[in-house]
Unconditional design. Structure first.
Lengths: 116, 114
């Protein structure tokens, strides 16, 4: 009963380094999302995907790229990490985009990323 | 663009006290409204949701929220809080437009003293 699994849980990077965060869901959900959570700002949507092979920009997409090669996986990439990207990153998935079937999003446990 | 305001950043209560957390949104169309809770070190969990019908919705763990369309509000309430309710609470709104994105408020940290 895994739900949404994020790896890694913690990572420290130096400015300019690259890395990829992995999100995997085993619920056969169509929609997947990446958010960042910063103190006093709630969650902000970075990118999302409405299905395998498709991605779209959210509220704060700059500095990030994503890929959805398989339905169950949604990857978030930082090509050249910056200190402003220090944050907690949450992945979520839902059966639809919530407009039609009103399915709430299921969240992963988060990845705490620090950029030095 | 839609926005969500949670005016209480940190609320401290004693056990058995009543709770009301404010949430106001700015969007003139049809909205779906949610409250999520994040316990320390955990991910967000859905507390309750409103889509249509009775504006008073009941969620898990004794929480309820009332949708007041004229006030653009969706306040969260609980008659008697417990120490285990200590967590951060997020209000969120989903617009009915094509974007279908959740917009979160900045969160309210609730601390319940034993």
């Amino acid at each position: 009963n895994a739900g949404v699994t994020q790896t890694p849980k913690f990572r420290v990077l130096k400015t300019g380094q690259s890395m990829t965060l992995l999100c995997a869901q085993d619920m056969n959900h169509e929609y997947m999302y990446w958010y960042r959570q910063d103190p006093g700002m709630g969650l902000r949507l970075i990118h999302y995907s409405v299905g395998e092979g498709t991605t779209a920009k959210g509220e704060v997409p700059d500095g990030y790229n994503v890929s959805r090669l398989k339905k169950q996986n949604f990857l978030l990439g930082l090509e050249s990490a910056a200190p402003s990207q220090t944050s907690v990153y949450f992945c979520a998935s839902s059966r639809t985009g919530q407009g039609a079937s009103h399915q709430p999003q299921h969240f992963g446990d988060g990845t705490r990323l620090s950029i030095l | 663009a839609q926005s969500v305001s949670q005016h209480n950043h940190h609320v401290i209560l004693s056990e058995a006290a009543s709770l009301e957390l404010g949430c106001n949104y700015s969007y003139g169309g049809t909205v779906n409204l949610f409250w999520y809770v994040q316990y320390p070190g955990q991910h967000l969990q859905l507390l309750l949701k409103y889509f249509s019908g009775d504006p008073l919705v009941k969620g898990i763990k004794g929480f309820e929220a009332e949708f007041i369309k004229s006030k653009f509000s969706f306040n969260l309430r609980k008659p008697s809080v417990q120490w285990s309710d200590t967590a951060e609470y997020f209000c969120a709104v989903l617009s009915s437009g094509s974007a279908r994105q959740l917009t979160f408020g900045s969160g309210t940290q609730l601390t319940v003293l034993p």
